[in-house]
Design a protein around this ligand. Sequence first.
Ligand code: NAP
Length: 320
Amino acid sequence: MPKKVRVAIIGGGPAGLTAALYTARAQLSTVVFVGDRLGGQIASTDEVDNYPGFPEGITGPDLAERMKTQAERFGAHFVWDLVQAVDFSSGSPFRIKSTDEEYLADAVIVTIGASPRKLGVPGEEQFTARGVSWCATCDGWFFRGKDIIVVGGGDSALQEGIFLTKFANSVNIVHRRDELRASVALQTRAKNNEKIKFTWNTVIDEIKGNGKVSGVVLRDLQSGQRQEVPVDGVFIFIGHDPNSDLFKGQIAMDNDGYFLIDSHMRTSVEGVFAAGEIADHTWKQAATSVGQGCAAAMSTIHWLEEHEATLQALEAEALG
Ligand code: NAP
């Protein structure tokens, strides 16, 4: 027998945790599918210093834990499992299957976020967790006194590169252009850090090793010259892709896989809302995800109120 809830939230990052706080506090039974890591991408961030209310900064995992505790205070229920399938085809109530359980939800808020992009070069898969990483917070400690390459020129590459200097002997930031995309504040901090150097107009063609990473083949995009450089680790921060595969054919999305939503966070399916990076091409901040999660929850609450009579009639009919 599926479990019945008023609201199911798929994703346990800042958007989902905020939505849960609002729907649970509105006394709607709320289940949050967290997946395998509370906080989503923020769980990989060591230092969050641009989230309002924490003047000294806070770690990503601490921030996520606080958000969860706050939602739990109002009765949100957390499921530590990945959603395997959803069925939105016949409208509310919506069917959601995780590995171990099945739920029926009157409304759904999708906050499943995005996943880090891969380079797609030889050696990347082979040496994942053997020197290739997408998470400085998780793996930085293993690179004490080592030489590391960080790939990317955005905020993530610089923020995580700076964090990695706590452990590493050296951090070489390899970027495909000669101009960074990262904020000026992070650029200044990185450029003033004596353990960091930059390699411009360069990409990785191959990651080499024997059991673990021992070097990379770099290619200068201007001269075309290739050279093998010894390194112990490669950290990749080249952006993210939305985790929308589960919803293909059920929810309208753009060519990049981002959900198409309106200003009230409504998706193409009535009763299904979305917030955070699954529907956000542009802002991608913890603070913006929180705002979007709040808006999605408020729209959900209004939608449930408006459709209360119909939903009750449907439930009575289903119970026979
Ligand atoms: P991003 O801003 O999209 O930057 C990705 C970087 O990777 C770019 O420099 C891009 O190069 C490079 N890149 C993309 N594909 C590549 C490939 N195949 N090979 C080599 N390089 C490649 O991603 P992000 O840094 O993860 O940031 C995502 C969002 O989160 C942004 O909005 C950012 O502001 C935000 N964020 C904020 C903070 C903070 O405020 N402290 C921290 C982390 C992230 P090009 O520049 O040439 O395109």
